[in-house]
Design a protein around this ligand. Sequence first.
Ligand code: SF4
Length: 100
Amino acid sequence: MNGTSRAANADSWSWRVGARCRGEDLALFFHPDGERGQARRQRQQLAKAVCAQCPVMAQCRAHSLAFQEAFGTWGGLTEDERSQLLPVRAVNLRTHHAHP
Ligand code: SF4
């Protein structure tokens, strides 16, 4: 990675400094194996409530859509909601990043 791309990469993640979820239990944002139905909906609503208070929600949402984050709640959107916004459901495990 050259200096220019390194700087661009760092800048593309600089919004995470203001993330409301920093220090939160990330289990709130990612579903455990086997979670279904009401349990999943309740957990997602709690995650969305955190996102609704987040000063960088717009940047987080844009990032999750641009990188087609496959899992978790990002920018107030669940993975299912993001998949409905994207033209083709794309699972992008190669570029999957850690949550803010
Ligand atoms: S909008 Fe993104 S950065 Fe903010 S709390 Fe939600 S997941 Fe975290």
